[in-house]
Ligand binder design. Sequence first.
Ligand code: ATP
Ligand code: MG
Length: 344
Amino acid sequence: MIEKSFNSIFSGFSTDLAMDLGTANTLIYITEKGIVLNEPSVVAISVDDNSIEAVGLEAKKMCGRTHSRVNTIRPIKDGVIADFDVTNRMIQYFLKKVLNQYRFFKPRMVIGVPTCITQVEKKAVIDASIMAGIREVHLVEEPMAAAIGVGIPVHRPEGNMIIDIGGGTTDVAVISLSAIAYGESVRVAGDEIDESIVRYMRLQHHLNIGVFEGERAKKEIGSAFPQAGTLTTEVKGLNVKTGVPMSITISDEEIREALKEPLTTIIAVIMRALEKIPPELSSDIHSNGIYLTGGGALLRGLDKMIEEKTTLKVFIPEDPLLSIVKGAGAILDDFPNMKKVCIN
Ligand SMILES: Nc1ncnc2c1ncn2[C@@H]1O[C@H](COP(=O)(O)OP(=O)(O)OP(=O)(O)O)[C@@H](O)[C@H]1O
Ligand SMILES: [Mg+2]
């Protein structure tokens, strides 16, 4: 308490941070300031001297457009740290950017991590944060943070289901009494959906497109469930046989066809969770419905599709991309009461 007031007087600003370290996006929240950073988890590295050319938004703009001397890397893949060194540098870069902007005194940080995180990965995340100047690091599992972020009363002896569809993973969790009573993570989410559009274009239209073009088409016209009216977009790529640039106009119906496989996998994980949980929790979920978060929740009609398959009501928060960082921030803001949800 004394330290907290000393911090405030000393720095003139709040001193604690929350971070959502996602496969696709990294977000940082500061107490009393809100979300101060929201950037793609991408790093551009020089092949010559291994130095960082760009991080975040700037690095994502370079994806697919760099010359052979620069590599753009997404260091976190499928919800796990694929490149420890680059993840470390990315965490340090983002934290330093924020720490330099706002003055801090011995900051504490709550960070959302994948449910399946290993001890080695935990240590890597903590070490990178400490190296960037964080004094105290607390880890929270992403579905727990997302649940808190959407306002679920996680402390109650009552089951609530949260589904977080990110870039790398879909997490399905049932939360009760401040803990994850059932959790499953599958490596099928936004990235896999983009890749299925790439595959569809190659097979059906003999057009080679990049994953970013696939992602753009998904956001622009993609849907899980038929929508009123037809949406179309022009997709650019290279003819598979001739290598000549060409573009094709595709419809939302074609995207739905392309998305069948990944969406079937996601629905299967949800159905499995509903089958496996104890009857008491199951009856709570029947009353409370399901909460859908992560960027994948923005796919048109996905809520309707899940409602149709499960016969349960599905709720999407106002900005599902922010749920985890908001939840991690809420833990920070009421730390003495909320710290029991952290895993370290
Ligand atoms: N309007 C949209 N329609 C469909 N998908 C979208 C939309 N907006 C964003 N997405 C997708 O959401 C994904 C990113 O979501 P999010 O930021 O929640 O992932 P992440 O937290 O970085 O990943 P993970 O939780 O797997 O580590 C990307 O695949 C992106 O294409
Ligand atoms: Mg996420």
